[in-house]
Design a binder for this molecule. Structure first.
Ligand SMILES: Cc1cc2nc3c(=O)[nH]c(=O)nc-3n(C[C@H](O)[C@H](O)[C@H](O)COP(=O)(O)OP(=O)(O)OC[C@H]3O[C@@H](n4cnc5c(N)ncnc54)[C@H](O)[C@@H]3O)c2cc1C
Length: 326
């Protein structure tokens, strides 16, 4: 039986949601391709994650648990994935389009001399082969791509592919992997910048602020609305470049690509480079005082008004709504 190989990213002993979305999508495709789902997970004690991966559809989990693979290193991790690919000969290889997946997928694809379609938003099977839909020109257009050879490599935009139904009775076979863990580059320390906060790329709700907030002293209006909604906080590049907030909060072409259920853009004009990072959000709400702002062209709901007036009202309304629900 042929295989679909997926990479599962774990952080602090927990699987990233994007990894489970990737396994779920592999499971969905496996039926049409007549393939089994093989998942690779790397890091100490990661075989304990096989149960969860199995419940989302993995048939076999290769766990590389060497202590030397404890922190991410492209070279050694790519070697592990290429090794599993050589053993299982997959038709398709899927990665989540996370920072790690963005780094790893091209390296593994190059090792196997295969083509990669990155940041896919839809995958289908046609005549026994994969067909992908992915954005191009910073999200202005979508391309349908096919691969000339195999395996067909694709990375999946987080929050776009649905999680499959979890079935705790599904069990994955666990295979302990071993690989040469040496690497020419080594991480000496990892500093978590946003500990405890909602991860921007995996958040279901994001409230972002732009230059319309006028200055860093007003950014708390965005943060307060985000807190009331249980949302992550994002920003336009204009305010990142001005030093109001950290770069890791930037949404857009040169920042993070996000696809939350709800994206609230506050005082953001909607430049094409910003839209490139958020236009696949399911619902977009824009607050802007300029009726001609391009953000209104992609918004599902537009509030034409002043952020200084509207944001406190939205925050109060969100607080009252959640308080009334207990
Ligand atoms: C190569 C390249 C890459 C880029 N990458 C990115 C990227 O990744 N992400 C990104 O965001 N940008 C990116 N940019 C920058 C982008 O072109 C815009 O300059 C930027 O997005 C503008 O940010 P903004 O919307 O906050 O500011 P502005 O464009 O200045 O818009 C501010 C908006 O606030 C509104 N406003 C003003 N006052 C109020 C008020 N009181 N109440 C309500 N609304 C108000 C205005 O009407 C205006 O629409 C990139 C540019 C280049 C060239």
């Amino acid at each position: 039986m042929s295989a679909i190989l997926t990479f599962a990213e774990a952080r602090d002993g927990r699987l990233r949601r994007a990894s489970l979305e990737t396994v779920s999508e592999a499971r969905r495709l496996a039926g049409s391709l007549g393939a089994s789902v093989v998942t690779v997970v790397i890091g100490p004690s990661t075989s304990s994650l096989a149960g969860e991966l199995g419940s989302y559809g993995a048939d076999r989990v290769f766990a590389f648990e060497d202590e030397a693979l404890g922190s991410y290193a492209t070279e050694a991790w790519a070697r592990a994935l290429a090794q599993v690919a050589a053993e299982t000969k997959p038709k398709v290889v899927l990665f989540p389009f996370t920072s790690m997946g963005r780094d790893l997928a091209p390296r593994v694809a190059a090792k196997l001399d295969c083509g990669l379609a990155s940041d896919c938003v839809r995958l289908e099977v046609k005549d026994g082969r994969l067909v992908a839909r992915r954005p191009m020109y910073a999200g202005k257009a979508y391309a349908t791509v096919e691969w000339a050879g195999e395996p067909q490599f694709a990375s999946l935009r987080p929050n776009v592919f649905p999680l499959g139904a979890k079935d705790a009775s599904r069990k994955a076979e666990v295979v302990k992997g071993q690989v040469d863990a040496t690497s020419r580059a080594k991480a000496t320390a990892i500093v978590a910048a946003s500990q405890g906060k909602v991860q921007l790329t995996e958040a279901q709700i994001i409230v972002s602020g732009g230059r319309g907030l006028k200055g860093p002293e007003n950014f708390h209006l965005v943060e307060e609305l985000a807190a009331a909604l249980g949302a992550a906080v994002g920003a336009s590049r204009a305010v990142v470049d001005a030093g109001w907030v950290d770069h890791q909060m930037q949404v857009g072409q040169t920042g993070k690509t996000v696809s939350p259920t709800l994206y609230v853009a506050c005082g953001i004009s909607g430049a094409i480079q910003h839209l490139a990072g958020m236009s696949s959000s399911k619902f977009i709400v824009a607050v802007n005082k300029d009726a001609d702002a391009p953000i209104f062209k992609v918004a599902d709901y537009g509030v034409l008004g002043d952020v200084f007036e509207i944001l406190p009202k939205l925050t109060e309304a969100a607080k009252a709504h959640f308080a009334s629900r207990g």
